[in-house]
Design a protein around this ligand. Structure first.
Ligand SMILES: [Zn+2]
Length: 458
């Protein structure tokens, strides 16, 4: 799952939805029989073992580890009889510095607590330290920082704006101190050629410098940052396709997805080896089933860099393929023992064919699955292309996602089993030959009541 950049404003609950009570539809016997074809074939140990294999090390997009994971997944899909493609795409990634240092005249003994800003530049600078408040344009009017180093306080405007404002005023480098405790772990937001080297300081150390400046002292600072750079990298989507018999085909496509990349430093057992391994197992389960709908199992790269893989994949689809795709099921973080309950998120917070099918399968197999509104995973590019899509995830997510603690020992087989059954049964309800074609996804699976939930992911 993608890290949240901004706090979303919760949308108002629609009253009519809030007070509807769940009604448990009695499963149609034939639906149950078809569900069993899926459920009985799912081997949760396969999912668990794949997570274990993938989470030996982080799978950061553009690294050898991600490429290895993608090649492994392609090999597995192939072994189940799928047509496969390793779809590559280029992207720009940021490499953090290997070395940062600061020294200030008269304070040679201080052990500085330095932080870096993502997209910050390398460089070396030396000059007199000048305090420029919050570093807004108004703080820098008529201020000439040529040959100087700006001391800036966090707050009000973005880190990137502060660095650019100081650079425009001539600053050689920027020291940006926190307005709360701790080291800033920030980002400048995007690459920019106009940045000057910038280091983050703690509030205490920044205020110490400020006090000395206000007492009239002249401080000369030396700043050095080495090894940060923008890099062109290649990431991969793994695409496994199974076409139905030409005679039986409805011409429709269903996509089941997850992302195989992880963030730096995180083994990504739950985020999102769990979804990836479940995609793989569902592909295995459905490999020999009769279908009338084209199945595409896709694992995306560079999700954590901004859904880059799923955007690249959707970009590669023809208009006709988009038109024919009746549903996209995304599974992201579906196995943590410490996360909340299963929920289906759509980008617009409205029900669609994917949530209808998921809710119906849930009520037949375990319990009603509700829906909510959230982006932040690979269902977003599909929804933007007009394809009904939903994210299956446990909410709230476990507190240690995106950390070294996201390891196999915290994976629950019960949670994996439940999601695999529900998504598998929902997908098979479309794909199996006895159900009529979903004309542009306007099918009605047996009506099941399920509700909107204002459930936060974290
Ligand atoms: Zn994530």
């Amino acid at each position: 799952m993608l890290k949240r950049k901004m706090k979303l404003i919760p949308i108002a609950l629609i009253a009519s939805l809030a007070f509807s009570l769940p009604v448990y539809a009695k499963p149609h016997p034939s639906d149950s029989a078809f569900d069993n074809k899926i459920v009985k074939r799912i081997k949760v140990d396969n999912i668990y073992d794949t997570i274990d294999y993938l989470s030996q090390e982080p799978r950061v997009a553009g690294t050898k580890a991600e490429h290895d994971a993608a090649k492994y997944l392609e090999k597995q899909f192939k072994s189940y009889g799928y047509d496969t493609e390793l779809q590559s795409f280029e992207f720009t990634s940021y490499k953090a510095p290997d070395y940062m240092s600061l020294s200030v005249s008269g304070m040679e003994d201080v052990d500085w607590d330095l932080g870096n800003f993502s997209y910050g530049v390398s460089g070396q600078a030396s000059g007199e330290l000048v305090y420029v408040g919050l570093g807004r344009e108004s703080d820098l009017e008529d201020v000439d920082l040529t040959g100087k180093i700006a001391l800036v306080k966090r707050g009000e405007i973005s880190f990137g704006e502060k660095v650019l404002n100081a650079a425009r005023a001539g600053a050689e480098a920027v020291l940006l101190f926190n307005n709360a405790s701790g080291v800033i772990n920030g980002t400048l937001g995007e690459p920019n050629d106009d940045y000057v080297p910038a280091l983050a300081l703690t509030r205490d150390q920044g205020e110490e410098l400020l006090a000395l400046l206000e007492a009239g002292e002249t401080l000369i600072a030396d700043v050095e940052i080495e090894g940060s750079e923008m890099k062109e990298s290649t990431s991969y989507n793994v695409i496994a396709t199974k076409k139905p018999d030409k005679k039986k085909s409805t011409g429709q496509i269903v996509i089941v997805g997850a992302h195989h990349d992880s963030v730096a430093g995180a083994p990504g057992a739950n985020d999102d080896a769990s979804g990836t391994a479940t995609v793989l197992e569902l592909a295995r389960v459905m490999s020999n089933m009769p279908i009338d709908t084209e199945l595409r199992f896709v694992t995306f790269g560079a999700e954590e860099n901004g859904l880059l893989g799923s955007y690249a994949y959707v970009d590669s689809l023809s208009e006709e393929e988009i038109e024919n795709t009746v549903g996209m099921f995304q599974m992201d973080m579906v196995g943590s023992r410490d996360a909340g309950k299963l929920i289906m998120y759509t980008v617009d917070g409205e029900k669609n064919i994917v949530t209808d099918l998921g809710a119906a399968a849930g009520s037949r197999l375990s319990e009603t699955v509700n829906y909510g509104r959230e982006g932040r995973s690979d269902h977003v590019p599909f929804a933007e292309a007009g394809i009904p899509a939903a994210l299956f995830i446990h909410a709230p997510v476990e507190p240690w996602y995106h950390s070294p603690e996201d390891t196999i020992d915290k994976i629950s087989k019960d949670k994996l089993q439940e999601v695999a059954e529900i998504v598998g049964a929902a997908v098979y309800q479309i794909a199996r030959p006895d159900t009529p074609a979903l004309e542009n996804a306007k099918v009605a699976p047996k009506k099941v009541e399920y509700e909107y939930e204002e459930r936060e992911l974290e």
